[in-house]
Design a protein around this ligand. Structure first.
Ligand code: C2E
Ligand code: CA
Ligand code: CA
Ligand code: CA
Length: 277
């Protein structure tokens, strides 16, 4: 009996150990990647359902290492959040996205906004708005061409602080979208106080849009958005049926594999140029 217990303990310890080692490896890899510039930004088009026009895109980080290949954001972002490395990654992504967008605006490749994800950790930075101001100044991008995606979890962490920061960002003309809406806990009374422009309907709801409950959920979100004068964008739209449903429910725009997966800067400008023809 004692032996079995001992083994269990050993096993548990080994598992914990493996995880800790993995985390440390990724932390080191991120540090190396930041030094060697292994973080790239990909862009996923957002399309208006009314005009069928490209209205912007979401910037999504890609960690491309020479030895281990592509490492998914779902793997390294949570670790970077904990270690604080997400702050440096966030700066890199924002700077690259602003540089690319400025170039595309100047060339007439795209109008509208590039949407950049902000992590919870970035949102706690006391100098967040100054950092963003500096990057905009440095790259020459107008704040009107920038949107920030903030998750429900992030704003509900400290709603009072969130409201203050959000007002500072809005004053500059930056648009704000609430990401993964409906998956967290934000109460309707708070939602009204956040100076938002857009609600992003999470892919989980789009996946369920074939069911009555799923449809009712999306309908509710769109209705809430309309009452608060917010626009809606649905993410993860993969099929024509999903697109048709989003159209019938008066969702404003969609993003997903139906139109395009996230594209490298080069591929994206080709995509946008084709749309313009
Ligand atoms: P998210 O912000 O909800 O981003 C949407 C995710 O859904 C992206 O995954 C995108 O590639 C994926 N997606 C879009 N359309 C479809 C579709 O039609 N089908 C399917 N199956 N997936 C679709 P990705 O790029 O792997 O990013 C995962 C998450 O990592 C993001 O979720 C976001 O939370 C985080 N993330 C990505 N880039 C950044 C970044 O630059 N900064 C921060 N803080 N987080 C980021
Ligand atoms: Ca997002
Ligand atoms: Ca999302
Ligand atoms: Ca999501």
């Amino acid at each position: 009996h004692a032996k079995a217990e001992g083994n269990k303990y050993l096993f548990f310890n080994n598992e914990m150990n493996k995880q800790a080692v993995k985390r440390l490896q990724i932390e080191n890899l991120i540090r190396h990647g930041l030094k060697e510039d292994y973080f790239e930004v990909y862009y996923q088009p957002k399309t208006s359902l009314k005009s069928d026009q490209l209205v912007g895109m979401e910037a999504l980080v890609r960690f491309i290492t020479p030895k281990k290949g592509l490492i998914s954001p779902n793997v390294f972002i949570p670790i970077a959040e904990e270690t604080g490395q997400i702050i440096d990654i966030g700066d890199v992504v924002l700077r690259k996205a602003c540089i690319d967008m400025k170039k595309w605006i100047d060339k007439g490749v795209i109008k509208g906004r590039v949407a950049v994800n902000l992590s919870a950790r970035q949102f706690t930075l006391p100098d967040l708005t100054e950092r963003i101001d500096n990057i905009l100044l440095e790259t020459g991008l107008s704040p009107h061409n920038l949107e920030l995606e903030i998750t429900e979890g992030t704003v509900m962490d400290n709603p009072k602080h969130a409201i203050t920061i959000m007002h500072q960002l809005r004053e500059r003309g930056i648009h704000l979208a609430l990401d993964d809406f409906g998956t967290g806990y934000s109460s309707l009374s708070y939602l009204r106080k956040f100076p938002l422009n857009t609600l992003k309907i999470d892919k989980a709801f789009v996946d369920d849009c074939g069911t009555n409950i799923g449809k009712a959920m999306i309908d509710t979100i769109v209705t809430i958005a309309r009452n608060l004068s917010l626009s809606t964008v649905a993410e993860g739209v993969e099929t024509q049926e999903q697109k048709d449903l989003m159209t019938s429910m008066k969702c404003d725009s969609i993003q997903g594999y139906l139109y395009s997966k996230p594209l490298s800067a080069k591929e994206f400008s080709r995509f946008a140029n084709k749309q313009n023809k």
